[in-house]
Design a protein. Structure first.
Length: 276
């Protein structure tokens, strides 16, 4: 539960407001599941635009964002929305800011490759206090409240135990931010391929961070992300007992753009050593 002050314009005075993050998360889960119906109601294969090379946007992205913006801003008075679409990507951070990717994995959605999620975080100033990621294709709801652990469909989850790097399964991103950097990209992929038990690339950073949080991956790496790609996943992985660092080896904060390495400590440290 969080208490904060807000000035009343009508009364020209300060009032106390109480935010119960558990109640907020329950409402968020319902809203995200309701919004996800849009994934199945519209046909993204015949209704998309290209924002850039390998960068799609569909009517699903717009409709999900519109629905969630309308409803999320009612949950916390004075909050705002930072989101990928419709000129919301440059919004300033306020006392409370929702950070939303309405469809993480839009390219997957366009191609009928069913690995796309809704990713949502709540920031208190610049600190991530709540994270929620919903996979409508598997009905999996990953969530975390700061200092209260991470959950998958209400059950506690944790990152995989440390193990030899040769026994790990690693996910890697190769999204639009890596266009024209193929040599560098494949250098990382080759290192993972040659030194681990396996390499995976799903095409949704938020979903793959969730897989690191529950032990399906031992770690995930992507050096070309936006805040809405990784904000929710960052809290979920941390609350699951994992590490989340940037490409400089520092703890991830709320940079608008950057990269992440996340997962169990041993795997993250091994990937960090290679990057440096």
């Amino acid at each position: 539960m969080q208490v904060y002050l807000k000035k009343s314009n009508q009364l020209n005075s300060w009032r106390f407001f109480i935010i119960n993050y558990h109640e907020i998360l329950e409402k968020v889960e319902k809203l995200m599941k309701e919004a996800s119906k849009i994934f199945f109601d519209l046909d993204p294969k015949n209704n998309f635009e290209m924002k850039g090379r390998n960068d799609y946007v569909t009517e699903v992205d717009f409709k999900v964002q519109e629905f969630l913006e309308e409803n999320l801003l009612k949950l916390i008075s004075g909050s705002n929305l930072l989101a990928e679409e419709k000129d919301k990507s440059k919004e300033d951070l306020r006392d409370y800011t929702w950070v939303l990717d309405p469809v993480d994995g839009t390219t997957n959605l366009v191609h009928g490759f069913n690995h796309s999620v809704i990713s949502l975080a709540l920031l208190e100033k610049s600190e991530i206090v709540l994270g929620a990621i919903y996979d409508p294709f598997r009905d999996e709801f990953f969530s975390a409240i700061k200092n209260e652990g991470a959950k998958l469909n209400g059950r506690n989850i944790s990152v995989s135990p440390d193990k030899k790097f040769s026994d790990t399964l690693i996910g890697a991103g190769t999204g639009g931010g890596r266009v024209n950097r193929s040599d560098e990209t494949f250098e990382i992929l080759r290192f993972i391929f040659d030194n681990t038990n396996g390499l995976r690339r799903i095409g949704s950073a938020a979903l793959e961070m969730c897989y690191a949080s529950c032990g399906r991956y031992d770690a995930f790496i992507d050096d070309a992300l936006n805040l809405w790609d990784y904000a929710a996943g960052t809290l979920i992985v941390r609350e699951a007992g994992g590490l989340v660092i940037n490409m400089h080896g520092e703890e991830v904060t709320c940079e608008r753009q950057g990269g992440i390495i996340c997962g169990n400590k041993a795997a993250v440290e091994e990937l960090k050593r290679f990057i440096y």
